[in-house]
Design a protein around this ligand. Sequence first.
Ligand code: ADP
Ligand code: MG
Ligand code: MG
Ligand code: MG
Length: 417
Amino acid sequence: MNSEYKALSPETLGVRLGALDVMKQAVGASPESWSVREVGDGNLNLVFIVEGEAGSVIVKQALPYVRLVGDSWPLPLKRAFFEYHALTRQEARDPGSVPEVLYFNEDQALIIMERLQPHIILRQQTMQGLKVEGLAQRLGLFAARTAFRGSDLSMAAPDKKADTALFAGNVELCDITEALVFTDPYFDAEMNRHTTPQLDAVVAQLRADQALKVEVQHMKRAFTSRGETMCHGDLHAGSIMVTGNEARVIDPEFAFYGPFGFDIGMLIGNYLMAYHAMPAHIADEAACKDYQNWLLSVIEETWSVYCAEFLRLWRTERTGILYPKSLYEDQGHEFASEAAAQQLLGEIFRDLVGFAGIEMHRRILGLAHVAELDTIEDEDLRAKCEAKCLELGQLLVMNRNRLTGMDAVIATARQTE
Ligand code: ADP
Ligand code: MG
Ligand code: MG
Ligand code: MG
């Protein structure tokens, strides 16, 4: 491949990538016989499934613009570089959690990776009312391990600082989050859309809520300034691929160093939206209730797994510059160390609740929506589900410092039924 960037197509992919050793090994030595399908359903990039006699891989390539919007919105190719570096860190910090990276080409903004199969996107699984055994365990571990092991609790200072500098270059993708998540939903911004006219009154009330806007900007300040750990940055239910009993994380191009609670907060916000969307997807009332209860149990368990794993790592891998053992365990002050860990988890909890609420708002008021809600064809029913999410989001953001634990979050979700 020459070094000048050119977007791949199903027609050119075999010719352009056929000579790569990795493709010969993983797909097969005769590119003319490969079958190539573009399957990107995301908002930003090209994604190809390439199949041949030896097997199949995923080829993901960034485009120089936002796919969802078109070439009027340019976006740097360098996001593939951040995705590649994030994938390698996630694999190191939580082995087996992400697809294996087989090849990276920075000039072509191109990653060749393991194809997850027969996995489907978690949202698709949810909309069919299918559960995933072990989902909470897998994602709770992923969130806790990447959070802890990417932070000053664990990393050597020079590594953490070099990594912070590297990901500080992910300016444009952070800017997307800063605008589309933390700003636009709260005023009548150009690219917003919502179910209208059904939600107009609720939306007006929300945008007039000055205390809410202040609280959201407090959370945005945490996002922009608190580089505690490497976050996935886009950990929604479209960035998780599942089977009936496995879950893997994909698509970390938004990776940045940010607050501990960001990823798990976004994830829980997505579970809560699915919770309120389910009546539109499962007709049978008892089956729907059962699935909703499962979603709530996943939320509770994800957080309990997160806390247990974070504490385990606190006790066994606290080798970074923060809360040094020389001040605590070495002095026989285990109690103070445990208390500090609990206080930190309390802080993470209050943050994640705020991020969850904001994620719920932006998916209903902003540019990028979620399929669980967006595919509800009956607009009145959709608006009803969305209104519940908006109210829940508002309660979470405003009460995040008062909610005593995940059971209180769940009680709030039930209250907004
Ligand atoms: P984008 O950054 O554009 O959102 P994604 O990385 O989310 O792109 O990929 C888009 C879609 O491609 C996913 O929803 C999934 O269906 C498919 N896909 C991506 N990576 C893989 C993978 N490693 N294995 C199987 N399918 C994948
Ligand atoms: Mg995606
Ligand atoms: Mg209409
Ligand atoms: Mg993406």
